[in-house]
Design a protein around this ligand. Structure first.
Ligand code: HSE
Length: 291
């Protein structure tokens, strides 16, 4: 039997819709995997009551099927579903890494990404890899059809998760179908700045690169209080603020010493709107770890 801790992740980071992702040092799912004749799944932890244990309907079952390796799987959720923090991807990543180790399949971390993405396809209808890639490989990742480019980075972050539920499917429906060339030019500049910031471990550049005028404004409308919470985080010293993944979590980049005041400011602002929330003082961190 193997145990895997796979981290939550933040996809898009504003300018990198469906491409960029970052592993978060916390929270994380912890998954136990044991080879078996047929796949069975047991769920526990945050929001697990909303996740089906039927292997045909659970990301873990889809990953085990894709790897042709049935297993007894127990998932302890640290990342609640529909949070914008790659909840399903963390489970999918953990199961892919766990089955690879338990069955000694010999896949590299990068080779496991498409298998874990099969789990994502079950949940969102599309096998995008921008959450599973960082959960498996760690750091900051650039996922394209050609493969994954990974950069070790350690940018301090605050992630604020309100008690609002947004499904990825719904959040994808509001994505604009087209954009002006001027918007695309701006987005390319932001995305390039963000990549440079990750390479340099520079929170100012990463924050600048997190701005986005195409997808994020449409999604921000789905999150009550977004504009106020973003403003509060910027006033408290965030270098950039955006929607984490499909939302409702909101992510801020910052200097290490600004994490605590930013977390308080974001929580206070949500509380002022009558919305319960929790904040994680986190950073770009490691990928899935085997125990
Ligand atoms: N890139 C995806 C989206 C991630 O924003 O829809 C969500 O799983």
């Amino acid at each position: 039997m193997v145990t895997v801790r796979a981290p939550a992740t933040s996809a898009n980071l504003g300018s990198g819709f469906d491409v960029f992702g970052a592993a978060l040092s916390k929270p994380a799912d912890v998954v136990r995997v044991e080879p078996a004749e047929a796949t069975t799944i047991e769920m526990a932890g945050a929001g697990s009551e909303f996740i089906p244990e039927d292997p045909e309907k659970n990301v873990a079952g889809a990953v085990a099927k894709a790897l042709e390796s049935p297993a007894t799987i127990r998932i302890d959720k640290g990342v609640r579903p529909s949070s914008g923090l790659g909840s399903s991807a963390a489970s999918a990543a953990a199961v892919a890494v766990g089955i690879n180790a338990a069955y000694d399949l010999g896949y590299s971390r990068e080779e496991l990404v498409p298998y874990a993405a099969e789990g994502e396809a079950l949940v969102s209808g599309e096998a995008h890899a921008d959450n599973v890639a960082p959960s498996i490989m760690g750091g900051f990742t650039i996922a394209t059809p050609e493969g994954v480019t990974q950069v070790d980075a350690s940018i301090p972050l605050v992630v604020c998760l309100p008690e609002i539920v947004i499904s990825t499917r719904d959040a994808r429906r509001v994505v604009p179908r087209s954009a002006q060339v001027s918007q695309i030019v701006e987005c390319v500049g932001r995305a390039a700045t963000l990549v440079a910031g990750m390479f340099r471990d520079d929170p100012d550049l990463v924050g600048q690169g997190m701005e986005d005028g195409i997808v994020t404004p449409a999604r921000a409308d789905l999150i009550d209080g977004y504009a106020d919470v973003r403003e509060a985080a910027l006033e408290a010293g965030a270098t950039g603020v955006t929607v984490s993944g499909a939302g409702p979590a909101i992510i801020a980049a910052c200097e290490e010493r600004r994490r605590k005041p930013i977390a308080s400011a974001m929580l206070d602002r949500f509380a002022g709107e009558g919305i319960e929330a929790r904040a994680y003082q986190t950073r770009v961190g490691r990928g899935a770890e085997l125990f």
